[in-house]
Design a protein around this ligand. Structure first.
Ligand SMILES: *Cc1c(COP(=O)(O)O)cnc(C)c1O
Length: 398
């Protein structure tokens, strides 16, 4: 069976896997037009390293404000850094934080606010900066899903005090797992380096594990084999009524914190020259498809705002209510067409986060979780198949 991935990952080639070494982070920095990037073993690890550094600089502050609908790893990273989460509800029918609530949450204990560039879309960093800088807090941009996205002329991650990208499977350019930390502030840059030295150790076992996983990805990331690696486990989890496992949101508390092997960096450096053309092709495809989806009554599709040029790993949309969203997913989720959900719950609704996330009323975040779905922007999704997805959405949204 043909199976499409839920996001547009850059496929690796066997020739990328040759032995070698290369200054991967510096090459990505050159491409993004920034001076320096700090490589970590995951986006989550990048966040732990950054938050620990920020906490050392402002030790009287121990709270981090995040949108209530985001990756559960964000909650685990904050906890691992020894800090407390404060959840901000979303704005109505948007993935940005509600500004009024953000203003009430921020205070003298706020260490950082984390605007989040979900689905490659550019988040409202200025609103977070406005609040954070009045309060003496940092802004850490979560650009895990947005490598290649630009705000004006510049990459995301430069408007805030710092930002991080993920190189995990499914987020575009991948080392199977990896993260890149960016800051325009020389004080933070030194603090991030010191935090890395204090926290991150080599780990030969993890080097081997990730190397094998990266080879596995290179081999299996194609429509003819993805049903083994992705589709079958997904359908099994859904049959068992476990949507959290189906989308891979079922994280354990353990966060690997280790260096990235020279070889995996070399693999990334070999794939990197193909990334700009890949991002252009996915952007062009997304532009057409966003226009098409806009014609469907009852659907909101998230797009760039003027002056923004996001990345397009997948299309994020909402329907009017959960019933309609579930009607759309009933046929589409298991069809192998790359239709899925992003985060299943608002953060307090993950059982395994109960100890570290306080339950608060979050009507907009819960509504967004219940009404949203995603369509892959993989170049393997052809126009005819995309049109069949649109037909199913038209039917469900009516
Ligand atoms: C994936 C993701 C992370 C964590 O990145 P990893 O590289 O998977 O550790 C953080 N935030 C968001 C929004 C993500 O999607």
């Amino acid at each position: 069976m043909r199976e499409l991935p839920p996001t547009a990952g850059l496929p690796l080639r066997l020739t990328d896997l040759w032995p070698g070494r290369a200054p991967f982070a510096q090459r990505v920095a050159d491409w993004l037009g920034v001076e320096h990037l700090q490589l970590e073993c995951s986006g989550t690890a990048a966040m732990v390293v950054a938050l620990r550094a920020m906490h050392r600089l402002r030790p009287q502050r121990d709270e981090v404000i995040v949108p209530a609908w985001t990756c559960p790893l964000v909650a685990l990273a904050i906890h691992r850094a020894g800090l407390k989460l404060r959840l901000c509800d979303l704005a109505e029918d948007h993935f940005d934080m509600d500004f009024v609530q953000l203003c009430t949450l921020a205070g003298p204990r706020t260490l950082a606010i984390v605007p989040t560039h979900l689905a490659g879309r550019v988040a409202d960093v200025n609103a977070a900066l406005d609040v954070a800088h009045r309060m003496g807090a940092y802004v850490l941009e979560d650009a895990a899903q947005a490598l290649g996205a630009k705000h004006g002329e510049h990459t995301v991650g430069l408007l805030g005090d710092a930002g991080f990208f993920s190189l995990a499977v499914g987020k575009g350019l991948t080392l199977f797992e990896g993260g890149l930390l960016l800051t325009r502030d020389p004080v933070l840059r030194d603090a991030f380096a010191a935090s890395h030295d204090a926290t991150i150790r080599p780990d030969v076992k993890m080097d081997w594990q990730r190397a094998l996983e990266l080879v596995g990805y290179t081999l299996a990331y194609r429509p003819s084999l993805l049903s083994l690696a992705y589709g079958r486990p997904l359908r099994k989890a859904l049959a068992e009524n476990d949507p959290v496992a189906a989308v891979g949101d079922d994280f354990g508390p353990d966060i690997p914190l280790h260096t990235v092997s020279e070889w995996r960096q070399a693999v990334g450096a070999r794939a990197l020259p193909r990334l700009p053309a890949f991002l252009d092709a996915t952007r062009a495809q997304a532009r057409r498809r966003v226009e098409r989806l806009r014609q469907i009554p009852g659907i909101t599709v998230f797009d760039d705002r003027p002056g923004q040029q996001g990345a397009w790993p997948f299309l994020l949309l909402t329907l009017q209510n959960e019933t309609k969203r579930d009607a759309a997913l009933k046929t589409l989720w298991t069809a192998g067409l790359g239709v899925s959900r992003l985060f299943i719950h608002a953060l307090p609704d993950y059982g395994y986060l109960r100890e570290i996330v306080a339950d608060t009323p979050l009507p907009n975040a819960r509504s967004f979780a219940a009404r949203s779905l995603t369509i892959t922007n993989s170049l393997w999704l052809d126009d005819a198949t995309f049109e069949s997805i649109c037909a199913a959405l038209e039917h469900a949204a009516a």
